[in-house]
Write a new protein. Structure first.
Length: 127
């Protein structure tokens, strides 16, 4: 996943897709499990996959992101193990529910527009 920029850039080039027409789903330490958010643009926030995508898109960060919350371990020295590890079953259920809602909201985005999809997704919190 840390080298996903190569695939994203190749797809964008082949299909002649502008960065602002791309949606990248990724894990997000800054959101709790059970929460997902849409976002356009921004930095990489230390996320190596996003860093690579931005680089391979010619340093253009203006693509859509689907940020799926996984929470934070509380200690920056534990982040790598936390991100690469398996979450507890209770948190995995919350993450799965958020991903399911995000998929529904992505369909709404395509059918009814980003505003409606964003309003619904940003109001959702799995329990």
């Amino acid at each position: 996943m840390n080298l996903s920029g190569k695939a994203v850039a190749a797809m964008a080039t082949f299909y002649r897709i502008n960065p602002d027409e791309i949606l990248v789903a990724h894990d997000e330490l800054d959101l709790p499990p059970g929460v997902a958010k849409f976002k356009l643009g921004g930095g990489h926030g230390g996320h190596n996959g996003l860093k690579d995508i931005i680089s391979k898109l010619g340093n253009n960060p203006n693509f859509h992101r689907l940020r799926v919350g996984i929470g934070h371990p509380g200690d920056k020295n534990k982040v790598v193990g936390f991100v690469l590890g398996k979450p507890p079953a209770s948190e995995q259920k919350l993450i799965d529910d958020a991903v399911d809602e995000a998929a529904r909201c992505t369909e709404i985005w395509l059918k009814d527009g980003l505003t409606k999809a964003t309003n619904r997704l940003h109001a959702f919190k799995a329990q």
